[in-house]
Each structure stands twice: as C-alpha cells, then as structure tokens.
Ligand binder design. Structure first.
Ligand code: GLP
Length: 240
C-alpha cells in the first residue's frame, strides 16, 4: 500500500516534495528526476526554485512523462516549453540533461523506443513526480493502458482534451494525440511521488490508492510499486 501523506495545502506539499528531492540530490548529485506537467506539480517546482540557492544541480538530469504530438516544440503549451519555463530556467538545470519525449510527427515511429533507451542509458529515474487526471490517467496513459506499456503514442480522451483546453485559446486547438511514458516505464522509477489537490481529484485518488487494479484506472498501477508516496490535501483525500 502506498504511503499517503495528507498535507494542509498544495504549498505544504510542494515544500515536502522539494525537500525530498533536495535530499536525494545531496546523496546523489547525478540524480535522475521524473518530471510531470499540469498544474499539480507547480508548487514543487516553485519550492525547489526557492530553496536551491547555491546547491549544484549541474549533474542532475530529468525526463518528462509526456508530450503532445504534432504541436511544435516552440508552441508555448508544448510540454517542452512548459518544462523549460517551469523547471529548467527557474532551477538553472543544464538544458542538455533535460529530456521530453519527441512529439514531432516526422520521427514519431522511433520516438518511443528512443526515449526508453535514453532513460535506460541515464541509469533510470530515481524519483518520479506524478499528477493524476480526473479520469485516473497518469502521464497521458488514459483508461485502457496496459500496466506493461512503454513510451508510445496514445489518443487523448475527450475528457482530457477538455480538461486541458484551459491552456489553449480554444478546445479544438488541443492536440488529438500524445506520446507518453507507459505505465511499465513509470513503474521502473525507483520512487513514485503522486500529488493531487482538490475535490475534483478525490475519485481518481481513491481509485489509484484503494481501487481494484485495473487498466481502466491507470493510476491504480501505483499499487504495484514497492515505494510510492501519495501527497494530497484533505479534499483530494476525502474519498479514501
Ligand atoms: C495532463 C498531464 C498529466 C497530469 C494531468 C493532470 O494530462 N499529462 O501528467 O497529471 O494533466 O493535470 P493537472 O495537474 O493540471 O490537474
């Protein structure tokens, strides 16, 4: 069973997870972080930026969970842009060490295997930050994703497209496809840290932590991992 930590608010969660990341880096300067996008992990990145001071992050590398397919990397809402803006620049990470799956359509056939290889060559992810979608998806592994899946192209559900429409000028601008680490990829990380805040995530959190293992509830895959920490506020924990 995952360790569940209930905190007062997202800021407290950010502080807690930032401390865990900095203590990992203190013991392993070349730590490999797994980054998530969406609004949930932002307090972690903000707390890290506030604390990093003169800690040397020059050897840290990171792998993002996912990317839209067919959105130019230069688009402000591509996850490449988001990771640069929210993480790489504020923390002063070395851009060459930060990886996001390649969503360019020309190379999409090999992009999944290329990404798996890069994670493997970096020694695997030490600490993977996860958010969770309202339908229980992690990364962009929508309901129906195999627990053994690796990085691959997926079709976004209408629900996820409408959840993410707030980042775009109009809902029809949200891409139809994405490339995402698979559940199997995520489960290889050495420590999973799933965050969720607000009542809208309560069903997804309960299903992930206590529900039956089901590919229709992709978040339930965390139950297969021996070291998972779930950091939630009271509202997100309300259905546990
Ligand atoms: C997107 C991301 C997920 C994220 C989810 C939840 O779909 N691909 O990694 O967990 O959104 O987003 P938010 O944290 O904004 O609720």
């Amino acid at each position: 069973m995952a360790e569940v930590v209930i905190v007062e608010n997202s800021r407290a969660a950010g502080d807690l997870v930032a401390d865990a990341i900095l203590s990992l880096i203190a013991s392993k300067p070349d730590a490999v972080l797994g980054l998530a996008t969406g609004s949930t992990p932002l307090p972690v990145y903000e707390a890290l930026a506030a604390r990093v001071g003169d800690i040397d992050l020059g050897k840290v590398s990171a792998f993002a969970l996912d990317e839209y397919v067919g959105l130019p990397a230069s688009h402000p809402e591509s996850y490449t842009s988001v990771i640069n803006r929210e993480v790489v620049e504020p923390l002063g990470l070395v851009p060459e060490r930060i990886h996001v799956p390649n969503g360019a359509t020309e190379t999409i056939r090999s992009a999944g295997a290329d990404y798996e290889r890069a994670i493997h060559e970096a020694g695997g992810v030490d600490l993977q930050i996860l958010g969770i979608g309202s339908d229980g998806h992690i990364g962009f592994n929508e309901p129906g994703s195999s627990f053994a899946s690796l990085t691959r192209v997926k079709t976004l559900t209408e629900r996820t497209r409408s959840d993410n429409a707030r980042f775009f000028d109009s809902p029809d601008q949200v891409p139809m496809h994405c490339i995402t680490q698979g559940l199997g990829t995520i489960l290889r990380a050495r420590h999973l840290v799933l965050l969720a805040f607000g009542e809208g995530k309560a069903d997804a959190v309960a299903a992930a932590v206590e529900g039956p293992l089901s590919s229709m509830l992709p978040g339930s895959a965390i139950q297969l991992h021996p070291h998972t920490t779930v950091v939630v506020d009271e509202a997100a924990a309300s259905k546990l």
